[in-house]
Design a protein. Structure first.
Lengths: 113, 117
C-alpha cells in the first residue's frame, strides 16, 4: 500500500534559520504530492503541491521538489519566522482515486525569536 | 477561493448521548467529502469517504453504526457520533474535494473538538 514517512520532530529553530523537513513516500505510479500546515487548534491548509516528477511547488517562501528517483518531497525554507511555528504534514494522493489522501505523521516546527 | 466550515467548533457532551457535526463547502459544490480523526500530536486518520446521494465508505476498523455519515446535498455532510463515550473524544476534521475531470484539490475544515465526559 501507499505510505508517507516524515522526518521525526519536534524541530526547533531560531528565527531566520534554514528549514528542511524530509518526506519520502512509497507508492505505485505517479501520485500527486502535498505539504499541508496546521496551526494550533485549526484544520489543515494546503501549503504547496506538485503533480509530476521534477515539479517544484512553492508558496510563502516554502518550496519542495518532486523527486521520483529518490521518492522524496522534502520541504525547505531559507529563513523561517516565528509565525511559521506549526505542524507540517506531507501527503500523497491519486486523482484516479478521487483525491483520497495518505498522510505522514506530521512534524512539529517551533521557531524561537 | 474554496472555504469549508465546520460546526460546532467545539462540543462537550455526556457519555451515552449523540453529537452531530456539520461540514459545509461554502463556495463550491462537493460530491465527495472526507472525515478524519486526529489524536493529540498525531496524524490524521481517515474515517470515511462521504459521497453525495449515496452511502459513505468507511475505512477498516471504523464502526459505521457508531459514526453515522449523511451527505444529503452537494454542500453539506454530517457526522453523527452515536452513544458517545470518553474514548470518542478527539479532534474531527472534514475536507471537501473541489474539481473534476481527474483533477482534484482537497480543502479542509477548521476541525471540531469533541469532549465526552
Amino acid at each position: 500500500g501507499n505510505s508517507v514517512t516524515q522526518m521525526e520532530g519536534p524541530v526547533t529553530l531560531s528565527e531566520e534559520a534554514f528549514l528542511t523537513i524530509n518526506c519520502t513516500y512509497t507508492a505505485t505510479g505517479y501520485p500527486s504530492l502535498f505539504w499541508y500546515v496546521q496551526y494550533p487548534g485549526e484544520g489543515l491548509q494546503l501549503l504547496l503541491k506538485a503533480t509530476k516528477a521534477d515539479d517544484k511547488g512553492s508558496n510563502k517562501g516554502f518550496e519542495a521538489t518532486y523527486r521520483k528517483e529518490t521518492t522524496s518531497f522534502h520541504l525547505e525554507k531559507g529563513s523561517v519566522q516565528v509565525s511559521d511555528s506549526a505542524v507540517y504534514f506531507c501527503a500523497l494522493s491519486y486523482n484516479t482515486n478521487a483525491g483520497k489522501s495518505t498522510f505522514g505523521d506530521g512534524t512539529t516546527l517551533t521557531v524561537k525569536p | 477561493g474554496a472555504v469549508v466550515s465546520q460546526h460546532p467548533s467545539w462540543v462537550i457532551c455526556k457519555s451515552g448521548t449523540s453529537v452531530k457535526i456539520e461540514c459545509r463547502s461554502l463556495d463550491f459544490q462537493a460530491t465527495t467529502m472526507f472525515w478524519y480523526r486526529q489524536f493529540p500530536k498525531q496524524s490524521l486518520m481517515l474515517m470515511a469517504t462521504s459521497n453525495e446521494g449515496s452511502k459513505a465508505t468507511y475505512e477498516q476498523g471504523v464502526e459505521k453504526d457508531k459514526f453515522l455519515i449523511n451527505h444529503a446535498s452537494l454542500t453539506l455532510s454530517t457526522l453523527t457520533v452515536t452513544s458517545a463515550h470518553p474514548e470518542d473524544s478527539s479532534f474531527y476534521i472534514c475536507s471537501a474535494l473541489k474539481g473534476g475531470q481527474g483533477t482534484y484539490e482537497q480543502y479542509f475544515g477548521p476541525g471540531t473538538r469533541l469532549t465526552v465526559t
